[in-house]
Design a protein around this ligand. Structure first.
Ligand code: SAM
Length: 322
C-alpha cells in the first residue's frame, strides 16, 4: 500500500467519463461556452481497466463517476458494464440531473444507489443564469424519480454572494422535506476563479457566514462523520441532515484520500496541484507490466497532495472530474 508521511493513502477514486457538459456553470467555466469532449478521451472499457488496476495498485475502495456531465457520455454504458464485478464497496455518481429520468434504469441495473445532484437554486431564472443550460423542473423530476426508486440523494449547492445566497434556506427546506441531504460546497479557487481573486472574494461565502444564515431558521448540531470525510455534517433536529464542504474555512487536506482519473487518462493526486501523471498508455498493457509502473506514478501523485490547506488550481473542475 502506498502511504505518505501523514498516513494518507488513496481510497476514493473519481473518474471523469468526459469533459463535456450540457451546462456552463458560472463558477466552472468563465465565458459560458458549452464544454465539449476532449478529442483523446478513452473508451469506457479502458477507463474501467484503469479502475481495476488502481484497486490493486492503490487500494481503491470507493468510486465516484463524474465529469463534465457523466450522463451525456457515450462511454457510460460500456464503463458501467466493465466495472461490474470489480468488488468495489461503493459506486456513486455526480450529475446535474438533466438526463436522470432517462438514465435511471441503467444506473439501477449497474447497482448505483447513491447520487449527488448539483443544484444551486430553486428559482428558474437564477437557475438559467447560473447553469447556463438545462431546465430546473427536469432536474427536480429526475430527483423525485430516483428517490422513489430507492436512490439516496445528496444535493450539491455552491452558495455565492450576489447569485444564490437567498436560496440557501429554500433549498435546505426543500431537501429536508424530500429526504435529500443538502451539501453546501464552499466556492473553490479553481479555473478562472484561481486567476481572478476579486471575482472569487466577491462571491465567496464562508462556513461561518453560511451557518449564521441557517441558524436564523433552524437549530442544528454538528453530527459525526467518517475520518476521511470531506464534509462537516449537521443535524437539524427531527428533520434531517445537511453538510458543508468547507475547503477554505476548514481544510481537509490532512485526511484527503482522493485520487482522480481524467477522461483522457491522467491521474491527479490533488486539486491544488498542477501536476498530473499519464496512465492512458498503461491501460493497454498486461497487469504485470502495468502495475509496477502505475505504482511509481501513484507515489508521485500522493506526493502532490497539499500538506495543510487547499490553495486553488487553474485546472477547470470539469476536466479533472468535480
Ligand atoms: N456535471 C456534474 C454535476 O453537475 O454535478 C459533475 C461535474 S461538476 C464539475 C461537479 C461539482 O463540482 C458540482 O457539484 C459543482 O458544484 C462543483 N464545482 C465546480 N467548480 C466549482 C468551484 N469553482 N467551486 C465549488 N464547486 C465547484
Amino acid at each position: 500500500m502506498i502511504v505518505d508521511r501523514q498516513g494518507r493513502r488513496f481510497r476514493n477514486l473519481r473518474v471523469s467519463l468526459t469533459a463535456a457538459c450540457n451546462y456552463a456553470c458560472t463558477y466552472c467555466v468563465p465565458d459560458g461556452k458549452r464544454l465539449v469532449a476532449a478529442q483523446d478521451e478513452l473508451p469506457g472499457e479502458a477507463l474501467a481497466k484503469g479502475v481495476a488496476y488502481l484497486i490493486e495498485a492503490a487500494g481503491i475502495e470507493r468510486l465516484r463517476i463524474t465529469g463534465g456531465e457523466p450522463l451525456i457520455s457515450p462511454r457510460l454504458d460500456g464503463f458501467l458494464a466493465a466495472i461490474a464485478g470489480l468488488g468495489l464497496q461503493d459506486v456513486a455518481l455526480t450529475t446535474n440531473g438533466q438526463l436522470l429520468s432517462r438514465k435511471l434504469p441503467r444506473l439501477q441495473e449497474a447497482g448505483i444507489r447513491r447520487l449527488n445532484v448539483s443544484l444551486d437554486t430553486l428559482d428558474a431564472s437564477a437557475f438559467r443564469r447560473i447553469a447556463r443550460g438545462g431546465d430546473l423542473a427536469t432536474v427536480l423530476e429526475g430527483m423525485r424519480q430516483a428517490s422513489a426508486a430507492g436512490m439516496r440523494i445528496k444535493v450539491n449547492m455552491v452558495p455565492m454572494r450576489g447569485q444564490n445566497l437567498d436560496q440557501v434556506l429554500p433549498l435546505l427546506d426543500y431537501c429536508l422535506e424530500h429526504g435529500y441531504e443538502l451539501r453546501f460546497i464552499e466556492l473553490m479557487r479553481m479555473g478562472h476563479l484561481a486567476r481572478d481573486s476579486n471575482a472569487f472574494l466577491q462571491q465567496f461565502v464562508s462556513l461561518e457566514q453560511l451557518l449564521a444564515l441557517i441558524g436564523q431558521a433552524h437549530s442544528y448540531q454538528q453530527a459525526s462523520a467518517p475520518m476521511d470525510a470531506t464534509a462537516l455534517r449537521y443535524q437539524v433536529a427531527g428533520k434531517g441532515h445537511f453538510g458543508v464542504i468547507a475547503n477554505e474555512s476548514v481544510p481537509f487536506c490532512r485526511t484527503c484520500s482522493r485520487l482522480r482519473l481524467s477522461s483522457t487518462g491522467w491521474l491527479h493526486g490533488c486539486l491544488s496541484s498542477g501536476n498530473r501523471h499519464f496512465v492512458g498508455d498503461l491501460l493497454g498493457k498486461p497487469r504485470h507490466e502495468a502495475l509496477p509502473a502505475l505504482q511509481r506514478l501513484l507515489v508521485k501523485a500522493l506526493g502532490d497532495k497539499q500538506e495543510l490547506a487547499f490553495s486553488g488550481g487553474v485546472t477547470v473542475m470539469k476536466v479533472i472530474g468535480g
